[in-house]
Design a protein around this ligand. Structure first.
Ligand SMILES: Cc1cc2nc3c(=O)[nH]c(=O)nc-3n(C[C@H](O)[C@H](O)[C@H](O)COP(=O)(O)OP(=O)(O)OC[C@H]3O[C@@H](n4cnc5c(N)ncnc54)[C@H](O)[C@@H]3O)c2cc1C
Length: 479
């Protein structure tokens, strides 16, 4: 470390930390000292592709297995993520719809769970900014309020998408996505390989190809292999960040501290540090996702220019949310969704149905005997979500009546959506959550806790655009 004391110490280099830094650096003076502590290492996209292809590379040692980074107490539920520079931007799929305005008002609108302490209008300018920074491809008309064009044109519809869009208009749109619809200065156009976890053509946004410029800024010092486990506090002020690097215990002193390490590790670090809020680590979860295969009579479903081609909002918002969960439809476009019968290989569409879930006390994160490893307890889905699954099955035939449906095949719920949400939920006061609307900890007022851990409720839309917009918002309002 270059200095004894820093203006800002930030943990992690994923979306939450990188978008926070982007805004922070644009607002503060040129003499600020910033330390970034990253548990993993820089593992470039080109080397990741080699690993996928079985080609030897010296970078293989930087492929840190996420399964060994936490203790999973619920073996049937998976929680994948990427460790290292760029975090899960390296493995995400790049679906970036905005939340719907009512996602922020579940209590006042539908009497369910809790309202967020901020609303859609608070985030709206930061959604635009995040969409520009990620060069999102998207449609002109959207079900959520949004003016003007996305930075890149929308992805092309498949034949099924065209029919659905004609029937449902702006309730069925080309999915806003960080998989480029055409080449940009730093990314290639998506070729719909459906291998987004390691995009072979470098079409999806990652922190590596983002050109955000934050880690090259002369004010920023980035330490790799720095695994944070605790904060040292005095009189409710965080003084130091404790971490291990190369087997050696170290500490960094900072004026302002930012945790951007994902909800498992953010919760673990807080609990290791003596955070007294009984809600810390509580009520985490994610959406429930399941696939329906739509077999089509005499119709070949060709076309589409990316992996998740479209989003349907017909089962999303409305008064039913008083009773059961919202569902977002994702139209998938993967080559493995083919039929085996002769002459019918492409007579099929595949929709992912993504249901919101509620933050439940029975799902929580705790510390374990190993200070670096959070223990993750996921017991159950809410009845609110399970009821929505049944309702969806009843409604689906009518909803798809514009298509020549031969039969519908529902697959079992997926083991994960790749989203870790909750654990440090946002609220107006410490009785209802862990951080305030600016993601500042209710007890430690010089500590930001970023990421989807702060979401007050778990709407069905993919979280990362909102994670990024929240980081821009909080850094803008706080400095
Ligand atoms: C397979 C998959 C597909 C996904 N697809 C989508 C999608 O299409 N759309 C969408 O919206 N979301 C998607 N997600 C979710 C998305 O990746 C996350 O929402 C997002 O990465 C969260 O950003 P973050 O910065 O909070 O955390 P992360 O991206 O997880 O970054 C956390 C950072 O902290 C570092 N870190 C962790 N622990 C420590 C520690 N103790 N000390 C120091 N550093 C530490 C990590 O190495 C990493 O750099 C997907 C996730 C997966 C796994």
């Amino acid at each position: 470390m270059k200095y004894d004391h820093y203006d800002l110490v930030i943990v992690g280099t994923g979306f939450a930390s990188s978008f926070f830094l982007k805004k922070y650096l644009s607002k503060v003076k040129t003499d600020k000292k910033i330390l970034v502590l990253e548990k993993g290492y820089f593992f470039p996209q080109a080397e990741r592709v080699k690993v996928k292809r079985g080609i030897p590379t010296a970078y293989q040692k930087y492929d840190l297995p996420y399964e060994q980074a936490f203790i999973n107490k619920s073996k049937t539920k998976e929680w994948p993520f990427s460790l290292g520079y760029g975090g899960s931007s390296n493995c995400w799929w790049g679906c970036t719809p905005r939340f719907m305005p009512n996602d922020f008002k579940m209590k006042s609108k539908y009497g369910v769970a809790q309202d967020w302490p901020l609303d859609y209008n608070d985030l709206d300018p930061y959604y635009y900014e995040a969409e520009e920074l990620m060069n999102i491809s998207g449609p002109e008309g959207t079900p959520f309020p949004r003016k003007g064009k996305y930075p890149l044109p929308p992805h092309a519809f498949s034949l099924v998408d065209k029919i659905m869009h004609k029937t449902y208009g702006n309730q069925y749109v080309s999915q806003p996505g960080a998989r480029a619809s055409r080449a940009t200065a730093h990314r290639n156009g998506c070729m719909a390989f459906s291998t987004c976890e390691t995009c072979p053509v470098n079409a999806k946004f990652t922190i590596e190809n983002s050109n955000l410029g934050v880690y090259g800024d002369t004010r920023v010092e980035l330490l790799y292999g720095a695994e944070v486990h605790q904060l040292e506090t005095a009189n409710d002020v965080v003084k130091k960040v404790l971490f291990r690097q190369n087997g050696k215990e170290q500490s960094a002193s900072g004026e302002v501290i930012v945790l951007g390490a994902n909800p498992f590790f953010n919760s673990n670090i807080l609990l290791q540090s003596g955070d007294k809020n009984p809600l810390t680590g509580k009520g985490f979860g994610e959406q429930l996702g399941m696939q329906v295969l739509i077999y089509l009579e005499n119709m070949t479903n060709a076309g589409g220019s990316t992996w998740v081609n479209a989003n349907g909002y017909m089962l999303y918002d409305g008064d039913h949310r008083k009773d059961y969960a919202a569902c977002l439809i994702e139209a998938n476009n993967a080559p493995y969704d083919i039929r085996l019968e002769r002459g019918k290989h492409l007579n099929v569409a595949s929709f992912r149905l993504v249901f919101e879930d509620l933050p439940l006390e029975s799902n929580y994160i705790t510390t374990s005997e190993n200070q670096f490893l959070p223990a993750v307890h996921f017991a159950e889905r809410s009845q609110y979500t399970l009821k929505a699954v049944e309702q969806m099955k009843q409604k689906m035939p009518e909803l798809l009546s514009c298509l020549p449906v031969e039969k519908l095949i529902y697959l079992d719920p997926a083991s994960h959506e790749g989203h870790i949400i909750g654990g440090t939920r946002m609220s107006n006061n410490k009785e209802q959550g862990v951080v305030d609307k600016h993601l500042i900890h209710h007890q430690y007022r010089n500590l930001f806790v970023l990421g989807a851990g702060a979401f007050s409720t778990f709407g069905p839309s993919n979280p990362t655009l909102t994670v990024s917009a929240l980081s821009l918002f909080t850094a803008d309002k706080s400095f």
